[in-house]
Ligand binder design. Structure first.
Ligand code: SAM
Length: 202
């Protein structure tokens, strides 16, 4: 018999039209959403250095969701930040429209094998869901160190009428936030190029 050590990892409440802001302390005001925070370096640091920010992470790996959520609690940040053990593809469609101010997808889609393609996160249907939950003027920020993925994401978002590049084009040289994600930190240390893409929800 196998025991699931993280069966009690935090989950979103049942139901539809969930308001992430209301799940945190304070007003039901739009929150920032990180897809796949992994070991949580970005969400934890961002909440630590930006006292006005509220963030939710959706992480498919229960162990990491539980670990990072506990860390936020230990640091006294749980009123402004939570990580839920959820498949973002299933959770985002259950969120209330226009309830998210920024979506971060830091190095998503670690799926390389052909048989794993069905797991890809940034695909047309999911992009429509991100568009739906973002407030008008809200931001979609994506980073990857894989050039073909960057090109594919650009083509995907260009084909969607709900987004426009943040500046003249979607690609930006630097991360507009000062807090790197764990993968971003490693890629920088290894001297890998990082492709950063930034769009505005129209
Ligand atoms: C390459 S890691 C990047 C982790 C982190 N964002 C960073 O930049 O260091 C991709 C992360 O996305 C998570 N992930 C993959 N598919 C997901 C999904 N459908 N829903 C939520 N998380 C997912 C993985 O478990 C992993 O933590």
């Amino acid at each position: 018999m196998t025991v699931d050590l993280h069966a009690d990892a935090p989950r979103l409440p049942e139901g539809l039209s969930l308001d992430l802001g209301a799940l945190l302390g304070g007003d039901p005001w739009p929150v920032e959403l990180e897809l796949g925070p992994g070991r949580g370096g970005f969400i934890v640091e961002r909440l630590r250095i930006e006292p006005s920010v509220r963030m939710v992470g959706l992480e498919i790996r229960r162990k990491w969701a539980a670990t990072v959520d506990q860390r936020l609690r230990r640091l006294g940040l749980a009123e402004r930040g939570r990580v839920f053990a959820e498949d973002a593809r299933e959770a985002v469609p259950r969120l209330r429209p226009a309830s998210v101010s920024v979506v971060y997808a830091n190095f998503p889609d670690p799926w390389w094998k052909r048989r794993h393609r069905k797991r890809l996160l940034l695909v047309p249907g999911f992009l429509c869901e991100l568009c739906r939950v973002l407030v008008p003027g809200g931001e979609l920020f994506v980073q990857t160190d894989v050039p073909e993925r960057a090109r594919a994401y650009e083509a995907l978002v260009r084909a969607h009428t709900g987004f426009e590049p943040w500046g003249n084009e979607a690609r930006v040289a630097d991360n507009p936030r000062t807090t790197p994600s764990p993968r971003e930190r490693r890629a920088c240390a290894d001297g890998l190029p990082i492709f950063r893409l930034r769009w505005r929800r129209i």
